[in-house]
Design a protein around this ligand. Structure first.
Ligand code: ASP
Length: 354
């Protein structure tokens, strides 16, 4: 074998997806926050678990049939938007003025195409409108009345604002006002929804949808519709969807920060491996995908630690180009789930002790 052939063979070994790499994977969240078994009835826990599993199954079914990551995340998010258990679509939290104002964003890892909407009040599934912004408008981010008008022109399903109203969220606003509590005191879990996926074509996608935070005022916008803060996808690094105290996630630029760190690390690794191979030192099998999975978890944990350091809390879900689906949260719990083509299929609510 010529030196060149040896180099190519070694590169193939190192960079090819290992036998453990996934064909496809999906992770979802339904919000993070202070969640303890003691505060939750068995019925409530079962309802959340069933809702998470239903959303996960809808996304996984699309991926298993060879469908796209973009379609899979939307299928999962629409189900959670329609479910009043979550703070997105129906079941959204209330603004200080007693309205439901919805935010959503979506990103395609193939070309970093993105769409986002904020402050909409009549769009049944804001994630679908965000995607329309991506595919059928020259813009990335639309707000309020303009977004509603665009939705009308595009034939996106609208509903009366009362569709989003739920008693438990109104009661949370009233408690907040009566006792002058903060959004966190009144509703110690968040409830935003999100999904990230890798499809069998190797494409990543991320999406997030929310009602924001209870009692938000003055046209407040959180991280969920902000590309780079609550949502990011780039085939070169990862797909991330976040949930938590949005102000901190915007300040840290959480989703993009994680992806950028992973992209730079991957590029550096590629250079280092190539130079090692050129010197014929690295002939032993390197399970590069295991190293990358570990790095993805550490990077996500590091960025979430930064959020915590500033005083914010919440969590993220992440999928890598190798198909690793993981979570990181600095709260006691996060409604979450993941399914991969290698056979992982789980939903979880509380911390690591589960
Ligand atoms: N991140 C959302 C916001 O700040 C809230 C949440 O995740 O529940 O609007």
């Amino acid at each position: 074998m010529t030196h060149l052939k040896i180099l190519f063979a070694a590169c193939a070994l190192v960079f090819a997806p290992s036998a453990f790499a996934q064909d496809w994977s999906i992770a979802i969240h339904g919000g993070a926050g202070t969640l303890s078994r003691d505060d939750m009835t068995a019925e409530k826990e079962a309802a959340y678990r069933a809702a998470l599993q239903e959303a996960l199954d809808a996304g996984a079914a699309i991926l298993a049939e060879g469908g796209s990551a973009m379609d899979a995340i939307q299928a999962a998010i629409v189900l959670m938007e329609d479910n009043p258990l979550f703070n997105a679509g129906r079941g959204a939290v209330y603004t200080w003025e007693g309205e439901n104002e919805l935010d959503a964003s979506i990103m395609d890892g193939r070309d970093r195409g993105a769409g986002a909407v904020t402050g909409v009040t009549t769009i049944k599934n804001p994630i679908l409108l965000a995607d329309k912004v991506r595919t059928d408008s020259p813009h990335v981010f639309l707000m309020g009345q303009g977004a509603e008008q665009f939705a009308e022109e595009q034939g996106i399903e609208k509903v009366d604002p009362s569709w989003f109203a739920t008693e438990h969220r109104r009661e949370a606003l009233e408690r907040m006002k009566a006792r002058e509590l903060s959004a966190l005191d009144v509703d110690l879990k968040f409830g935003t929804v999100g999904a990230v996926a890798l499809d069998s074509q190797g494409n990543l996608a991320a999406g997030t949808s929310t009602g924001g935070m209870t009692g938000k005022r003055w046209g407040r916008i959180g991280d969920a519709p902000v590309i780079g803060a609550g949502t990011y996808a780039d085939n070169r690094s990862c797909a991330v969807s976040a949930t938590g105290w949005g102000e901190y996630f915007i300040r840290v630029g959480v989703a993009q920060e994680i992806c950028t760190r992973l992209r730079i690390a991957a590029e550096r690794e590629e250079q280092e491996l190539l130079s090692t191979l050129r010197r014929f030192i690295g002939r032993q099998k390197v399970d590069a995908s295991a190293v990358r999975a570990e790095r993805a978890q550490t990077t996500a944990d590091d960025v979430m630690a930064e959020v915590k350091e500033l005083g914010g809390d919440g969590g993220i879900i992440l999928v890598t180009p190798d198909g690793d689906a993981l979570y990181s949260f600095n709260t006691s719990g996060m409604y979450r789930g993941r399914t991969t083509s290698s056979g992982i299929n789980e939903v979880a609510i509380f911390g690591e002790s589960e």
